[in-house]
Design a protein around this ligand. Sequence first.
Ligand code: NAI
Length: 313
Amino acid sequence: MSAEETNPSLGETTIRFDGQVAIVTGAGGGLGRAYALALAARGAKVVVNDVSVNRDGSSEGGVSRADAVVEEICAAGGEAVANYDSVATQKGGESLLHTAMSHYERVDILINNAGILRDKSFSKMEADDWEAVRSVHLDGAFYSTHPVFKVMREQGYGRIMMTSSAAGLFGNFGQANYSAAKLGLVGLMLTLAQEGKKYNVHVNTVAPVAASRMTETILPPDMLKQLDPEFVVPLVLWLCASDCPTTGGIFNAAMGTFSQAQVVSGAPVALAQNGKPPSPEEVAQQWNAVASVNNATSYPNAMAFLSDFLNMS
Ligand code: NAI
């Protein structure tokens, strides 16, 4: 990165969350725990949500992952309260807001992070594997965000994070259920960012890579050592900060390396002539131009895309 691309004036601000309340789902381990600890260390009161399940969503039985993280935060001098509900139900989503309001009387930040995995090649995947993964990641983000979004809209302030994945953005063998849910979260985020913008409710997405029980059997052991969740935390805290102007962004984060991902569309190639549709042969003849993403554009919303694509301006 060149010096001109950095933003030194923003770098001088200390990012604090004093007086703010953050909800982090699936905060009993891995990335969620790291976000919860970091937010609390910078002054936020944190609702630590975790239903305490195994990687595949089955019950861990008697363990409270959320309590352990609340204890850690309190031992470090921070403030936190546990919430034990599953985000995969409407009742669970409402209970998150209730915990924040009954203990701290407000909510400023929501990090949708809870997740499970049921990896199988598509032909071996059962409907139950599809539904379990979709319900935690995609339905869970809806149930958690819906009540919170209304409160944030009314108070004219909020920061919401979705958690996607490279598997959602680019696809990954054996993860059809997970990829579909993770890209669904991007669609949810893109529309919420537009609906929240004028109320100062920003919605962004992180696509992290980090060592956790979710990745311990997938990534090579020597790589896991360098992938501490701490290296994802700074990006998420910045996107949750009141000074951060960004909304509707998708950001890759791992090992302290960050980049933006975007949905883009290639230059429109108009093949209809005199009001008649082109033949399939004409599409085939122009295929290199149609399939090209050289000079691709990212659009701020669907109407901007349609206006350009249909040459309506
Ligand atoms: P993790 O397995 O360490 O933590 C996930 C937590 O979510 C667990 O504590 C679990 O008990 C909790 N949880 C699961 N279902 C829940 C539910 N219904 N309600 C409430 N809590 C629930 O996983 P990790 O790696 O920290 O993942 C966090 C998020 O980041 C997930 O959404 C995951 O898909 C995403 N992600 C992680 C990557 C990585 O490299 N670790 C890569 C890409 C995405």
